[in-house]
Write a protein that binds this ligand. Structure first.
Ligand SMILES: [Zn+2]
Length: 289
């Protein structure tokens, strides 16, 4: 099968929102019972090696196998001083980049897409601990089958649209260890890897840290310093872009729409002069930003 970059880009336009949708279904089935509270306090990642106690605290309080971003940590609260140790990186997949991190048709594309052949081995980028896996998601939605790993250097990495997941939640993995097989699951029309870096839940353009070509992928330096405006430039611009609207669809609710657009129910109510209890008519246009 041959694909064009355009195919993948079109497919990806819905990826983030749909991924949030499929994850949200899981979130709603998880309550803060004693078992989940306990799991928050038993994280065994070697977080002592993180150099910033706030980062350690956020990750420790947010260990959650249901959500890609359980932290909801605002970019403006991130200090411009956290240094990521980039040593020990292993390329998850090497191939032509077909789509970059940035805004796509009003949604945010949080990763870099790279072409692959179905069944290609996808490898962990750094040593770490698997936080989220999904291999029972609707194959047509969002990220499809995916793996997310938390690393001791403060980054989390996400590998989406896999055909097979080879690891389990809470499993420790080594850099270069196979974690999945490349695929075309989720909202994707051509086989590719969607690869993300996140810091406290916020997506960093992989290009900030990585040199990526069709046949190489390597870290630009041994360390990378996180800065609010630099590291999250694309996401920051997206969050601060002009007014945007969402057309209500069947199954939408304010919470779901808020998550999709990285906002809050309170903010949606303020922008649209409605109450949290207001019934959403299908077809109605809601201002989301
Ligand atoms: Zn993508």
């Amino acid at each position: 099968m041959t694909i064009s970059a355009q195919d993948v880009e079109v497919a990806e336009s819905d990826s983030i929102s749909s991924a949030d949708d499929s994850l949200d279904e899981d979130i709603e089935s998880i309550s803060m019972d004693s078992a989940s509270v306990k799991s928050y306090t038993t994280l065994s990642l070697p977080i002592d090696s993180l150099s910033d106690s706030l980062v350690v605290a956020v990750y420790r309080s947010g260990w959650d196998s249901a959500r890609v971003n359980p932290y909801r940590f605002p970019i403006d609260s991130i200090r411009d001083s956290f240094v990521v140790d980039c040593r020990g990186f292993y390329p998850p997949n090497i191939n032509v980049v077909t789509s970059e991190c940035g805004e796509r048709w009003g949604r945010f594309h949080a990763g870099t897409d790279m072409r692959l052949t179905i069944g290609d081995t996808i490898r962990a980028a750094f040593d770490g601990k698997v936080r989220v896996t999904r291999s029972n998601a609707s194959k047509k939605k969002g990220y499809g089958y995916f793996v997310m790993i938390q690393h001791a250097n403060g980054l989390e990495t996400l590998y989406a649209h896999l055909s097979k997941v080879l690891v389990k939640n809470n499993q420790n993995v080594k850099a270069g260890e196979p974690i999945g097989l490349g695929g075309n699951t989720g909202r994707s029309t051509g086989p590719h890897l969607h690869f993300e870096f996140r810091f406290l839940g916020n997506p960093i353009n992989t290009r900030n840290l990585l040199e990526i070509t069709a046949d190489t992928m390597y870290m630009k330096a041994d360390t990378y310093t996180i800065t609010k405006k630099g590291s999250f430039k694309e996401f920051y611009a997206f969050l601060h872009s002009p007014a945007k609207y969402h057309k209500v669809r069947s199954g939408d609710c304010l919470g779901k729409i808020a998550r999709r657009y990285h906002t809050t129910v309170k903010q949606l109510c303020r922008l649209n002069h409605i109450k949290p209890t207001t019934t959403l008519r299908i077809g109605r246009k809601l201002r989301v930003r």
